[in-house]
Design a protein around this ligand. Structure first.
Ligand SMILES: [Zn+2]
Length: 344
């Protein structure tokens, strides 16, 4: 959200300027190019590998469709501009279940079409806040295009945004495994960006689908964010899996980042906690509060210190814990463990 939006929009337009189409061609409903990706007014796709497809929303937000032999998993639901459920139906004939990396407006949109989703229970309250699921708020996210950016591929309309409704939520915890047949996606809890943030590890492809958990501009000053001290525990937990993946595919930014971002983040977190980070003050238009940027960044929003990780946070959530176990592991009878055979 916010600063990150500008960052990924910039990356997106740079990345896709060679594939830009004029209005007439863009208005075609679907277009397939070289069998590699599909495009609609609202969505376009890129293949990560044979069974994982990245789907990019109108504002550059990204989700992932993972197709196993028996079923498919949609990791995140974009902002809700256009019918992602219909688009996914074009991509696969498999039954699809949706899981949220976290409850933010640019990730939850399609759950209101599916009517149910897997998510970490610590984000449920956040999900129903206006900031996250309000229709106008999600529309604002899509339309918040900076003046210098090229126009969106199509006109956005409030009526195209999925209507918020009550959603059946199934709990998902650290340690759960989504078994899609021949593909297993392992859940790792990384609370920080929000308290219910999870990521998915694919040990076979050695990649992590990381949502907004850890990226070159990790926002820790948003509704639902944990403290920096709590985030450190999460990143240390993620580090115990670091040898199992090479790349992280996130919720924004077209290119994956290498696994060493985990070490960069830990280094930066320690600087923040020691108050030796750069602590650059910046006005946060979302929360109308002053935020601190841990390190200087270039015009591409990547940090200038040479590493990949960067963190934006509130000074009053730098320290402290809220007295709660933040990485909740899956209970033995977790319903997600049964996803391989949902009728049992
Ligand atoms: Zn987010």
């Amino acid at each position: 959200m916010g600063i990150l939006l500008i960052h990924h929009l910039e990356q997106m337009f740079r990345k896709y300027e060679l594939t830009a189409r004029d209005g007439a061609e863009l208005s075609q409903y679907y277009e397939r190019e070289n069998g590699v990706y599909m495009k609609s007014k609202f969505f376009e796709t890129k293949k990560v590998n044979d069974y994982i497809t990245q789907i990019i929303g109108l504002a550059g937000e990204q989700c992932y469709l993972i197709e196993g032999k028996k079923r498919a998993l949609l990791f995140d639901g974009l902002s809700g501009e256009g019918s992602l459920k219909s688009f996914v139906r074009e991509l696969t004939d498999l039954p699809v279940q949706i899981v949220l990396s976290h409850a933010h407006p640019d990730h939850c949109g399609a759950i209101f079409e599916y009517g149910e989703c897997y998510m970490h229970p610590d984000d449920i309250e956040l999900l129903y806040s206006d900031f996250v699921s309000g229709r106008k708020e999600r529309w604002n996210f899509v339309t918040a295009v900076p003046e210098w950016a090229p126009p969106l591929r199509t006109e956005t309309r409030l009526e195209d945004i999925t209507e918020r409704c009550a959603v059946k939520t199934y709990p998902v915890y650290d340690g759960d495994v989504f078994d899609l047949g021949d593909v297993q996606m392992e859940v790792i809890g990384v609370p920080g960006h929000t308290r219910g943030t999870i990521v998915l590890l694919d040990r076979t492809a050695r990649l992590l689908l990381s949502g907004d958990a850890i990226n070159p501009n990790t926002l820790m000053a948003l509704p639902g964010s944990a403290t920096i001290e709590e985030y450190k525990e999460s990143v240390l937990h993620l580090k115990t899996f670091q040898t199992a993946f090479d790349l992280l595919y996130g919720g924004h930014g077209p290119e994956p980042v290498p696994a060493r971002i985990v070490d960069d983040a830990l280094m930066l977190i320690d600087k923040i906690l020691d108050r030796t980070d750069e602590a650059i003050e910046e006005y946060d238009h979302l929360g109308n509060r002053m935020v601190l940027r841990a390190a200087s960044v270039g015009s591409d929003f990547f940090p200038l210190y040479g590493g990949i990780s960067h963190i934006v946070f509130y000074v009053d959530t730098q320290f402290g814990k809220r007295g709660k176990v933040i990485i909740r592991t899956a209970p033995v009878n977790s319903p997600v463990k049964a996803i391989g055979n949902p009728h049992v």
